[in-house]
Design a protein around this ligand. Structure first.
Ligand code: KIV
Ligand code: NA
Length: 279
């Protein structure tokens, strides 16, 4: 597969072909996403929840993001790879944000960074962009700010709130954002924001009018025990939990009954050597 660049993404956007984005957090999840033809792989800080088992993303730190990014980059050879700036790595000053973005690119080896927030990030985005790093903006439900938002809540449900999201996006675009993630907002709001922008929007819980879609891989692949909470917008496309459980239960049973390992999984030794060894 040809390498996906920012130009490739721009071309898809111009042609009106939806952009397929998916998260990955390590080598195998990156490898399978890339092999399946995903355009943009996102190393989201949701890895704190789905890979590290944290309650939310606020605890995730740069070192963890860098380690996961490095693993993903080794697994995804064709996709455009974006890494999340974790909470605390960009809010203090534009300088801090540039430093963190440079680390994600130089140490994490990703192609671009994603930043949660709104119009207040204008100067910050401008500085990161000027350093030659593509910036993806994330507006709407911004999970790092869940405490200020009053939890994981749908955004843009009033005219005032929808206007704020549009203003955020326009200011961030002006500052240099190359692409947006629009999270958890009414489809009509996301569609209107998309129509007012000159760069692609990638929706998650934002309806079908965006320039592309993103989901958290382990959610959409059914990697967790059925019954675990997933947001309304998650469609389950596979049953990895069911398949892994089936295999592991069979393995356990075959270990207990000594059915595994059978001959074919065993290394041979010549009868002569064996005779000598047994003496
Ligand atoms: O962290 C993440 O996985 C994300 C996506 C949900 C957009 O930010
Ligand atoms: Na994220």
């Amino acid at each position: 597969r040809k390498k996906v660049t920012l130009q490739t993404i721009k071309n898809l956007y111009k042609k009106g072909e939806p952009i397929a984005m998916l998260t990955a957090h390590d080598f195998p999840t990156a490898h399978v996403a890339d092999a399946a033809g995903i355009d943009v792989v996102l190393v989201g800080d949701s890895l704190g929840m789905v890979s590290m088992g944290l309650e939310n993303t606020t605890e995730v730190v740069m070192e963890e993001m860098i380690m996961h990014c490095r693993s993903v980059v080794r697994g995804a050879k064709s996709a455009f790879i974006v890494g999340d700036l974790p909470m605390g790595s960009y809010e203090v000053s534009p300088e801090q944000a540039v430093e963190s973005s440079l680390r994600l690119v130089k140490e994490g080896r990703v192609h671009g960074v994603k930043i949660e927030g709104g119009e207040e990030l204008g100067p910050t985005i401008k500085r990161i962009t000027q350093a030659g790093i593509p910036v993806v903006g994330h507006v709407g439900l911004t999970p790092q700010r869940q405490n200020a938002l009053g939890g994981f809540r749908v955004q843009g449900k009033t005219c005032t709130s929808a206007m704020k999201l549009l203003r955020d996006a326009l200011v961030m675009q002006e500052a240099g954002v190359c692409m947006f993630v629009l999270e958890a907002m009414p489809a009509e709001v996301a569609t209107l924001i998309t129509s007012k922008l000159k760069v692609p929007t990638i929706g998650i819980g934002a309806g079908n009018g965006c320039s592309g879609q993103v989901l958290v891989q382990v959610d959409m692949s059914g990697n967790f025990q059925p019954g675990r909470f997933v947001p309304k917008f998650v469609k389950k496309y596979a049953d990895v939990w069911g398949e892994a459980t089936r295999g592991i239960v069979q393995y356990r049973d075959e270990v207990k009954s000594r059915a595994f390992p059978s001959q074919e999984y065993t290394y041979p030794i010549s009868p002569e050597e064996l005779a000598k060894f047994e003496k």
